[in-house]
Design a protein around this ligand. Structure first.
Ligand SMILES: Cc1cc2nc3c(=O)[nH]c(=O)nc-3n(C[C@H](O)[C@H](O)[C@H](O)COP(=O)(O)OP(=O)(O)OC[C@H]3O[C@@H](n4cnc5c(N)ncnc54)[C@H](O)[C@@H]3O)c2cc1C
Length: 489
């Protein structure tokens, strides 16, 4: 099959078994249900962009396996240029949807991670995982499917490894090994864009040792596989369906994010979809191979988010009668923040190297530095946008669209909300600031792609402290040996 249209994509979701729930009810059709349709609409725009001559180049590429045109999200990233294209595409998708399309980017990083990891497992263990993932990927490219990525386990007590937990299900694990596959039990949580996904790529949540071999697993499953129950989390998007279509309360109409809880009750996964089943020594590598492309490119995603905050902040200033020049310094800082995360991600791509499997792995130090920036700078950008917009952009400080148009008192709201331009224009600009700084337009800058503490651990491990000490010693003319004092007993 060639690249799908947005309609064909939605049809593929409608054909799936309903196993997603929210507010106590099963969702029969994710493409129309209020809780899920916005994330589907957002992801559908990727399919639209594939066939649009203006954006086609950015969101598609050529399969290195078949030579066919494919979605970039289903490609193996084999060069720095392709990793840079990853950052650019994420920025573009934020501009198009006003929010996150996380039902694709985590899945994409998972594919690339296991492409490299299965290669290494096979080299050492004589397994055939790489051939399995290759066959599956050729099929996935041909079907042009959307794949979410699931690493995060509930984890239970954070100080204990999976095998030490009181409840072994706190991390997804193998409960039975059959000749033709494995049976798994447990959960994955906070998984982005599952409602918009055809399949879910599963990775181990952390690096494990021998005693945790049963928790060391990777596979890819249809989203509607038997035994999998999905519950969507409550979200600021939830009120959107109560609004009239022309309402400005939720300013973005064709995008939205969802986070899902996935409950696996003895789910059978056939061998051809299993890419790791007990090879604990490779779990750390699988996680690292995921975070490198993910943490490099997330800088592009939040830069796209920052572009919206920047534009919305200027609109609110102008609506108040103020020139953007009044805020020149603050606006410049917003640009600096956006380009820092974008630029460090690009640098991580350029400084990367090729894994023997062909995957381009961004630089460890720079990818993780970027994750730490991503957990900080967008929040600073949000503060500036809210500062410029004034109080009405903060949650709870502006009447609803319904009240704005009320027969009895709507004219009063409009009279007193009017500034240099109409009250409605001012309200729309302010709502976009609210959306992009505290609303549904804000994806997980802090914990999405892992916590900043985890990134700092990798930064500590990959930074060359002693090399810097030697440089400083030489420049200072110090001859004496200066080591860290031994820890006190
Ligand atoms: C918007 C959003 C989208 C997401 N999308 C996805 C997705 O698509 N796929 C996916 O797999 N996951 C996803 N996640 C989950 C994300 O990867 C996790 O939130 C992240 O890895 C942190 O895990 P946690 O939430 O369990 O926090 P915790 O692990 O509980 O961490 C909380 C804090 O405790 C610290 N901490 C944890 N353990 C220890 C310890 N042993 N010692 C000392 N400190 C500790 C951490 O550093 C952190 O500061 C998403 C999250 C968000 C917010």
């Amino acid at each position: 099959m060639a690249l799908k249209t947005a309609d064909e994509y939605k049809q593929s979701l409608r054909a799936m078994r309903p196993n997603i729930h929210k507010f106590g009810k099963v969702i029969d059709d994710v493409t129309t249900h209020p809780a899920t349709r916005w994330t589907v609409e957002g992801h559908a725009q990727i399919y639209g962009a594939q066939l649009d001559p203006e954006t086609k180049e950015m969101v598609t590429t050529t399969s290195h396996l078949t030579g066919d045109p494919i979605s970039r999200y289903l490609s193996i990233i084999t060069s720095a240029e392709e990793q840079i294209a990853n950052s650019k595409m994420k920025r573009l998708m934020f501009h198009k949807t006003g929010t996150c399309t996380g039902g694709r980017c985590a899945g994409w990083a998972a594919i690339n991670s296991l492409w490299a990891t299965t290669y290494d497992i096979d080299q050492k263990m004589g397994t055939d995982y790489h051939e399995r993932i290759k066959k599956w990927l050729i099929g996935a490219q041909a079907r042009d499917i959307t794949i979410a990525g699931a690493l995060t386990d509930p984890k239970g007590d954070r100080t204990k490894k999976p095998s030490q937990q009181v409840d072994p299900d706190m991390n997804l694990h193998i409960v039975e090994r059959r000749k033709n596959g494995i049976v798994v039990r447990g959960a994955k949580v906070m998984i982005c864009g599952v409602a918009a996904a055809n399949e879910i790529f599963i990775l181990p949540g952390s690096a494990y040792k021998e005693e945790d071999a049963d928790w060391s697993l990777s596979c890819v499953i249809p989203r509607d596989i038997e035994g999998l129950t999905i519950v969507e989390a409550r979200h600021p998007n939830d009120t959107r369906e109560m609004e009239e279509p022309e309402s400005f309360d939720s300013p973005v109409k064709n995008g939205g994010i969802t986070q899902a809880y996935l409950f696996f009750e003895d789910v059978f996964i056939p061998n051809e979809r299993v890419f790791m089943a007990g090879e604990y020594a490779f779990t750390g590598e699988a996680v690292i191979n995921f975070i490198l492309p993910y943490r490099a490119a997330i800088g592009g995603c939040v830069a796209g988010q920052g572009d919206i905050k920047l534009g919305a902040a200027v609109l609110t200033a102008r609506a108040n009668g103020l020139s953007s020049k009044v805020f020149a310094d603050r606006l410049t800082q917003m640009v600096i923040n956006n380009e820092t995360t974008y630029g460090v991600g690009i640098a991580a791509a350029v400084m990367g190297k090729q894994h023997p499997s062909g995957v381009w792995m961004p630089d460890m130090l720079l990818s993780n530095v970027n994750k730490v920036h991503v957990a900080k700078l967008p929040y600073e950008t949000s503060i500036i946008a809210q500062d410029i917009a004034g109080g009405i952009a903060e949650t709870g400080c502006m009447p609803s669209y319904v009240d704005f148009n009320d027969e009895k008192y709507g004219h009063l709201i409009q009279k007193y909300m009017k500034a240099a331009v109409s009250a409605e224009t001012r309200a729309r600009a302010a709502r976009l600031v609210e959306w992009s700084t505290v609303g549904a337009g804000v994806p997980g800058c802090m914990h999405g792609g892992g916590s900043p503490d985890g990134a700092k651990m990798f930064i500590r491990l990959s930074s060359e402290l002693e090399k810097s000490v030697e440089i400083a010693k030489r420049l200072a003319g110090i001859k004496e040996d200066l080591k860290d004092p031994a820890p006190k007993k």
